[in-house]
Design a protein around this ligand. Structure first.
Ligand SMILES: Nc1ncnc2c1ncn2[C@@H]1O[C@H](COP(=O)(O)OP(=O)(O)OP(=O)(O)O)[C@@H](O)[C@H]1O
Ligand SMILES: [Mg+2]
Length: 859
């Protein structure tokens, strides 16, 4: 007869089949066990011992496990690696069942749905998203942060934009329908969004009608419904804290693709990938976790609506003007805990008494906050004050209910205040009276027996007892007490009277802890009802926090309030790069102006290496971003247009670290900017074209400049080392040359970091090499080579620019095919490739393949 698996393993396999893509944590007594492949994988990922057990068949079954009390840490590790975990519990009491205990999956934990505080960075949102593609090539995206209940939804025009949006919000997990075009999954994987899940469309549970109330478009509903359904099916519990989904349009914000954001180091630096050195690092003077999260969202989504921007700026101005009140406000905000996530935990049912005390303390800060805001006597700030609902009823209730320092466990009692509930007070009286009675009894018995060391004690097994040491036993009258327990040095006794009291005391204690638990649940329900109010308050507080943060930074770092114009004019006087300025510390940052208008749409920036070209360009972009966020800007004066989009492309060599610095990526990014930029955009091209041979690079650079100048008209800063390009200003009316100056002193270069009109005259590249301590002999050789090059150039008059400007530059138009020669294989293949449909990786591979082909042909 063939052997079969034991009933338990059969049960395991049945449950495992429900969650093929997750680790199944299968509860067995005090352990969560994993079997088969799960065990093999988990033992490797978690570095835990792999064992084996009999499962009814010939071979043993691989198994490994973690103790249930330590499971959280292991789950966290798996989630962080992008895996999912299904928790399967015993759902009936093993003592009361015969055969295999019933087990069920009670929760799925996935990268997008973790709620454990340890896995959540308090300063970051943690989004799970769903996307849906439509026939018209548009995509809808919905996302939600389960810890705060916030959710949003939008429709974008293309796959690329959908991916950009998902990367922008740093989606931890993305849910697709099983019929979705796999191309988008592939693109997401390439961008490091690895946790992808499947859930098919279905009707929405009616409990969510409220959540999707504001979504009028069917496309939005498709993604949001699926997201809600997925969340429900993984969490298997109440999601009462979900807020109404807010529809939005990407065009209502200053748009920046993820690469541009990275180049500008908004939330992390390019090199370290850490926060330090980024704009958010500079700006974060928030006092609450909610504020820090909102700050990050605002940095990633500056506004385009002038009225809304001005509104923020006015509030910032109000805060800047009131230094002392602002300090008081900051102190008060420090006392406000993470209301959003508290609300989330209330809804999830995993709050404890300490959480409720935090909630109460936070609410109790609000009247003070309002008072302080009112004292600032500023109309916009007063409106903020009026919007803060102190939820006084709730705060009072919590104040009267819960002691200041409650224990962690909610099942052991001792956290409800006296006087909150009459019945509880009675039990407590009974227990306290009982204890007094016992203390009095001890005195009485000592007197009666004359034994001074007689004492009454308590333990769990015997309850209350009278203890008399062996030496004193003779002083007891026979039959006075009932003997209970004999120790080496003492005897323990009881009396009927004592046992009677004990019964009363213990009963009162059991009842009171039970009652406390019931009261706690009732309290939790009350708080639950108030979740929408708490969420609204949380949002208002976080806005307030970010605005005061802007004011604090603006004052500390001497920023000014920007003005805006609709003439597409940039006027920044004595502007600085906010982060470089801060990092430089005591050294002087050299401020620079930037003026651009209708006659000057493009700046062609030249200057030696290390002079500050890149810094200058980024400072212009960052100034605009800060201004459109509603923050003051690092300048003496700033008058700016409102940009719709910002594109940045920084030189290939600056970007090696990410491993994406191929020339192709650079070209793709240039293409992206050129095809999406409008007159109202800002483009930064930092040394574009430097990743290829000089002539190719220069040719491309010139073609790009001409194209932007003639066809796009966006405000553009273009830095280059190709000095030949400076002559372009003769032909292009709206192009202006500027250079970052440097001076030569005793054969050494001195960087002045000052941006001046006109082109740079010298390159100083070799001087920089010298600064970097390259061998002297090498430097000498370079200098003599340079002298050689320069003299040949003078002799032949060979200025590359002249030749190029007459040539055909055809990157962005149909390539011209030379007629006289039959295209060879490589050429045919090249022509058949749609470059713009390739991902950077595919492009690299293609290039590699073609090169191989070329090599084989040239042999
Ligand atoms: N305005 C300034 N004031 C003071 N120091 C500056 C200023 N601008 C730049 N620097 C300093 O010079 C360094 C180099 O600047 P940056 O990278 O912008 O030079 P670059 O001209 O782009 O060089 P490369 O051509 O090699 O890319 C910066 O890291 C900063 O320390
Ligand atoms: Mg540079």
């Amino acid at each position: 007869m063939m052997k079969t698996y034991t009933p338990m393993i059969q049960q395991y396999l049945k449950i495992k089949a429900e969650v093929p893509d997750a680790f199944l944590f299968f509860r067995l007594g005090d352990f969560y066990e994993m079997f088969f492949d799960d065990a093999l994988n988990a033992s490797r990922e978690l570095e835990i011992t792999l064992t084996a057990r009999d499962g009814g068949v010939a071979e043993k079954i691989p198994m490994c496990g973690v103790p249930h009390h330590a499971a959280a840490g292991y789950i966290e590790q798996l989630i962080e690696k992008g895996f999912k975990v299904a928790i399967c519990e015993q759902t009936e009491d093993p003592k009361q069942t015969k055969g295999v205990v019933k087990r069920e999956i009670v929760q799925m934990i996935t990268p997008g749905t973790v709620m454990e505080a340890r896995s959540l960075d308090e300063k970051e949102n943690h989004y799970i998203a769903a996307v849906t593609g439509f026939e018209d090539r548009s995509y809808s995206i919905a996302y939600l942060d389960l810890s705060t209940g916030e959710s949003k939804a939008t429709v974008v025009d293309s796959k690329e934009e959908a991916v950009n949006e998902l990367v922008s919000i740093q989606a931890r997990e993305v849910v697709f329908s099983s019929s979705e075009d796999p191309a988008i999954e592939k693109m997401l994987r390439e961008r490091n969004i690895l946790s992808l899940s499947t859930m098919d469309d279905c009707d929405m549970a009616s409990s969510f009608t409220y959540v999707v109330e504001d979504l009028k478009e069917d496309k939005l509903l498709r993604s949001m419904n699926r997201l809600l359904h997925y969340t429900m099916s993984t969490q298997k519990r109440a999601l009462d804290h979900l807020q109404k989904t807010a529809p939005y349009q990407t065009a209502s914000f200053l748009r920046m693709d993820p690469n541009s954001k990275r180049n500008l180091e908004l939330t992390e630096t390019i090199r370290g990938n850490g926060k330090k050195g980024s704009l958010v690092w500079l700006l974060d003077e928030t006092m609450t976790a909610m504020g820090a999260r909102l700050l990050k969202r605002w940095i990633e989504r500056p506004l385009v609506d002038q009225k809304a921007i001005k509104h923020r700026l006015e509030a910032v101005e109000g805060f800047v003007d009131c230094f002392f009140e602002r300090q008081t406000l900051r102190e008060l905000l420090k006392g406000v805990y993470d209301l959003e996530r508290l609300a989330g935990r209330v809804a999830f049912g995993n709050v404890n008494a300490r959480d409720l005390v935090q909630l109460k303390k936070s609410l109790q800060q609000i009247p003070g906050v309002r008072q302080t805001l009112t004292e600032m006597d500023h109309p916009v700030i007063q409106a903020i004050s009026d919007s803060l609902d102190p939820c006084a009823d709730l705060a009072d209730e919590l104040e009267t209910a819960i002691v200041e320092q409650p224990p962690l466990a909610i099942k052991d009692g001792n956290f409800i205040k006296d006087g909150f509930n009459a019945e509880l007070d009675e039990y407590r009286d009974a227990s306290r009276n009982g204890k007094t009675w016992i203390a009095e009894l001890e005195q009485k018995e000592r007197k009666k027996t004359g034994i001074r060391s007689l004492k009454i004690g308590y333990n769990r097994v015997f309850g209350y007892y009278i203890e008399v040491t062996k030496a004193n036993l003779s002083a007891l009258q026979e039959g006075m007490y009932e003997r209970r327990q004999t120790l080496t040095n003492a005897e323990r006794f009881i009396t009927p009277e004592l046992k009677e009291k004990e019964e009363l005391i213990l009963q009162a204690e059991v009842r009171s802890t039970e009652l406390e638990y019931t009261l706690f649940q009732a309290l939790r329900e009350k708080v639950k009802v108030e979740i929408p109010r708490l969420q609204k308050l949380a949002y208002e507080i976080s806005k307030l926090d970010v605005l005061q943060c802007f004011a604090t930074v603006s004052e500390n770092r001497h920023y000014v309030k920007p003005a805006f114009n609709s003439e597409r004019k940039i006027e920044i006087i004595e502007g600085r790069h906010p982060v470089v300025e801060k990092v430089m510390d005591s050294q002087e940052y050299v401020p620079n102006d930037c003026t651009m208008n209708k006659e000057c749409e493009m700046l062609l920036i030249t200057g030696p290496n290390m002079s500050g070209k890149s810094t200058y360009m980024r400072q212009v972009a960052l100034t605009s971003i800060l201004a459109q966020m509603g923050c003051y800007v690092p300048a003496a004066k700033a008058n700016l247009p409102i940009f719709d989009r910002i594109f940045t492309r920084i030189g290939a060599a600056d970007d090696l670290v990410s491993g994406q610095s191929t020339f192709m990526v650079e070209m793709l990014e240039a293409q992206h900017a050129l095809s999406h930029a409008t007159q109202n955009s800002l483009i930064l091209f930092d040394e574009i074209g430097r990743g290829t041979s000089t002539y190719d690079g220069m040719a491309l650079a010139q073609a790009i400049i001409e194209y932007v100048h003639d066809k796009v008209g966006a405000k553009t800063l273009f830095s280059t080392h190709y000095h030949e390009l400076v002559d372009l200003s003769n032909d292009l009316n709206n192009l202006v040359n500027v250079h970052v100056s440097a001076a030569e002193q005793d054969g050494h270069v001195v960087f002045l970091h000052k941006v001046k009109e006109g082109p740079a005259d010298k390159s100083y590249g070799i001087h920089v090499a010298q600064l970097a301590n390259l061998p002297t002999s090498l430097i000498d050789r370079a200098n003599s080579l340079l002298a050689g090059f320069e003299s040949t150039e003078e002799k032949t008059g060979n200025k590359q620019i002249g030749d190029l400007s007459t040539g055909q530059l055809s990157l962005f138009e149909e390539p011209e095919i030379k007629k006289e020669k039959k295209p060879d294989k490589i050429q045919r293949e090249l022509l058949a490739t749609n470059v713009l449909d390739l991902t950077p990786l595919e492009a690299m591979n293609e290039l590699y393949r073609l090169q191989k082909l070329a090599k084989s042909q040239s042999k």
